[in-house]
Design a protein around this ligand. Structure first.
Ligand SMILES: Cc1cc2nc3c(=O)[nH]c(=O)nc-3n(C[C@H](O)[C@H](O)[C@H](O)COP(=O)(O)OP(=O)(O)OC[C@H]3O[C@@H](n4cnc5c(N)ncnc54)[C@H](O)[C@@H]3O)c2cc1C
Length: 311
């Protein structure tokens, strides 16, 4: 049964809501987490879990990522659960001269912001990752990049939150609020109403829907990402690997649509960063191309597969 009151109501049972519930309940606040579907059934249950610093633009984004990365050094011990965190380093692989120049500038700016990142030539990249194609011109490399199991991480936060007294309700969507003098006093669900003065909107891509219930426009525009899961095969790579084209598309989504080149050779600043062709069938490594073309069965990682997980 829903409690009638809480210090804080957290909306969303993904990694962000779970983390908020954990950290708030550890600070002795009474917390109720409401999730409209299954726990970790949203984006957090359908992503690849890279803990990447190199992909972040200098500024608030990189600073937050660096602070977050520090937490991972002791998080597994603190949560007392295996979250499968591996600090194996990561690469951003470069295929063209334009990407090389753009990544050189990007990495220089990141270094100025305190990130440990190096630009490596093709030969050095292949020494680290022998299965990289001969066509690779180079890569940026950071030993700080890593990977975590995002579902294990969110569930560990949820369990930690529960142990500190948080109440967690899957399949309980927030339907509205009641206000008094422009302040929230109740959170409404089909299962009942909770009195509270504080709400954390951790509804991910649905955060704007929650905002609209309160007349607030939240400028989040969802962008679809997809993962392809192959049949199990022997490990091919030792560390995380992204393409410089992905980084280009990330900071200029319009390019992902048009596939055109538009590359400023000046130092990247503010909006725009650099841009590049996205979505080409680049052969970053020798084997995955074969793997992908040889008719192995692919499964989209679908968040619906993640329903039914309990904390
Ligand atoms: C294919 C793909 C790969 C990615 N890879 C990476 C990666 O490698 N590294 C990385 O850092 N990030 C990655 N991301 C991004 C990352 O997954 C997200 O930033 C992160 O999971 C967002 O977590 P969240 O808790 O904000 O949202 P979610 O996990 O989506 O959680 C929000 C929850 O809110 C719930 N909700 C919505 N409306 C309501 C309501 N009215 N009432 C109650 N609950 C509600 C939803 O059901 C959902 O479970 C990737 C994303 C995708 C799509």
């Amino acid at each position: 049964m829903l409690p009638s009151k809480a210090d804080v109501v957290v909306i969303g049972g993904g990694v962000i809501g779970s983390s908020a519930a954990y950290h708030l309940s550890k600070r002795k606040m009474s917390v109720v987490l409401l999730e409209k579907g299954g726990l970790v059934s949203g984006t957090s249950g359908a992503c690849d879990g890279l803990v990447y610093l190199q992909s972040k633009r200098p500024g608030a984004h990189l600073k937050l990522a660096m602070e977050s990365r520090k937490r991972f050094d002791s998080l597994e011990q603190e949560l007392g659960r295996d979250i499968e965190f591996r600090a194996h380093g990561g690469m951003i692989v470069i295929e063209t001269q334009e990407e090389l120049e753009a990544m050189r500038l990007f990495a220089e700016d990141q270094k100025e912001s305190g990130l440990e990142v190096t630009l490596l030539e093709g030969k050095q990249a292949r020494e680290l990752e022998p299965s990289l194609s001969e066509g690779i011109l180079g890569c940026t490399y950071s030993p700080l990049d890593g990977q975590v199991n995002p579902i294990a991480l969110a569930l560990a936060f949820l369990r930690g939150a529960k142990e500190s007294g948080a109440k967690i309700f899957p399949h309980t969507g927030v339907t509205g609020f009641s206000l008094q003098s422009d302040r929230i006093i109740h959170v409404k669900t089909a299962a009942g109403t909770i009195e509270t003065k504080k709400v954390v909107n951790a509804a991910g891509v649905h955060a704007p829907e929650i905002g609209r219930m309160l007349g607030v426009e939240i400028p989040i525009k969802p962008r679809r990402g997809q993962l392809v899961v192959t049949e199990a095969c022997a490990p091919l790579l030792r560390r995380g690997l992204l393409s410089a084209k992905y980084i280009a598309a990330k900071y200029n989504p319009a390019l992902a649509e048009t596939g055109s080149w538009a590359y400023p050779l000046s130092r990247p600043r503010a909006e725009g960063f650099f841009s590049g062709r996205h979505g080409s069938s680049s052969a970053l490594t020798e084997r995955p191309r074969g793997v992908q073309c040889n008719g192995l069965r692919f499964k989209h990682r679908d968040s619906s597969l993640r329903c039914g997980i309990s904390a």
